[in-house]
Write a protein that binds this ligand. Structure first.
Ligand code: NAX
Length: 332
């Protein structure tokens, strides 16, 4: 068993964390030989609830867990962490404007970014889940300038998995045979789920998704729209946002980052743009990526037709606006 790594989870008393913690403690993400110390951060009113969660973690009796630190202090939470999962955020309340939501979250991520900068290991790997995930990640990175830019990511793996599932259902195949699809841009309803370079195994044969589906119109309209609006559909039905599938996606994202992606396969992650595909440098944008030796690289050289370009342009425009509003909010 390897020495423990320290993992902070913010929003630890929330519903995603509740589905996530067992998978981390069980070794599904960082390996069956990797022990862990969990730092659980939430706000002060949630501390009693967090105590209950700590009891439950103890009661799982999992051998990889070497410690649990529940806290409402950012210093304690971020001290010496190797991995930081930013799940907590200010939720949108009824009557709240996008602007108000953004400024509430800017406050949280400014404060947590400053603490991350001060207390975390410089090698920390960061994943932002709390919405608006891309822009929260942008603000966090902005306030933690000494941590390498490659260490900041946001979650679009749930959208990626949703897109995979839609293709698999349509073609009546297993989702694990659907490969190299991708999500471009914002984790919002402007995201572009793109299957142009994707393949699927039908009757034992790897086939381009476009050829297997044989319905461009379905791909460009219904498929894209279902994936873009899937989160809202879950909320409408469950009266709560996605939690189990979100936790699974967080595990997929971190496992691939920790252990690498398969050769010739890629996944979707929000990363700080280096200007690839003419996206504004510095924007936190979801791209197809490959990971080797803990290093994330954006897949290069994919051909984009005019329609795809337009879809990418639209989600980029929204992200630039969000980022500008967020930066304005930091100075007010
Ligand atoms: P919950 O409302 O169940 O939990 C959020 C927790 O965060 C609460 O316990 C709250 O007290 C805590 N919190 C609030 N402010 C905090 C602060 N400043 N520091 C520490 N903790 C704080 O939400 P849950 O369903 O767990 O969702 C968490 C976030 O994930 C939400 O912002 C949600 O919108 C976002 N999602 C993002 C997804 C993605 O793919 N990127 C998908 C799932 C989810 O919708």
């Amino acid at each position: 068993i390897k020495d423990p790594i320290r993992i902070v989870i913010t929003g630890a008393a929330g519903q995603i964390a509740y589905s996530l913690i067992h998978q981390i403690c069980n070794g599904d993400v960082f390996g069956k030989d990797q022990s862990v110390i969990l730092h659980l951060l939430d706000i002060t009113p949630m501390m009693t609830m967090l105590q209950g969660l700590v009891m439950e973690i103890e009661d799982t009796s999992l051998p990889l867990v070497k410690g649990v630190v529940p806290t409402d202090s950012e210093e304690t939470a971020f001290k010496d962490v190797d991995v930081a999962l930013f799940v907590g955020a200010m939720p949108r309340k009824e009557g709240m404007e996008r602007k108000d939501l953004l400024s509430a979250n800017v406050k949280i991520f400014k404060s947590q970014g400053t603490a991350l900068e001060k207390f975390a290991k410089k090698s920390v790997k960061v994943l932002v889940v709390g919405n608006p995930a891309n822009t929260n990640c942008y603000i966090l990175a902005h306030y933690a300038p000494s941590i390498p830019r490659e260490s900041f990511t946001c979650l679009t793996r749930l959208d990626h998995n949703r897109a995979k599932a839609q293709i698999a259902t349509r073609l009546k195949v297993s989702p694990d045979t659907v490969k190299n699809i991708m999500i471009w841009g914002n984790h919002s309803s402007t995201q572009f789920p793109d299957v142009r370079s994707g393949t699927v195994t039908v009757n034992g044969k790897e086939t381009p998704i476009y050829e297997a589906v044989k319905d461009d119109n379905w791909i460009k309209n219904e498929f894209v729209s279902i994936v873009q609006k899937r989160g809202a559909a879950v909320i409408a039905a469950r009266k709560l946002s996605s939690a189990m599938s979100a936790a699974k996606a967080i595990c997929d994202h971190m496992r691939d980052w920790w252990q690498g992606t398969k050769d010739n396969e890629w996944v979707s992650m929000g990363v700080i743009s280096d200007g690839s595909y003419d996206i504004e440098k510095g924007l936190v944008f979801s791209y197809p990526v490959q990971i080797k030796d803990n290093k994330i690289s954006i897949v290069q050289g994919l051909k984009l037709d005019e329609w795809s370009r337009e879809m990418i342009e639209k989600t980029q425009k929204e992200l630039v606006e969000e980022k500008n509003d967020a930066l304005k909010a930091t100075s007010s």
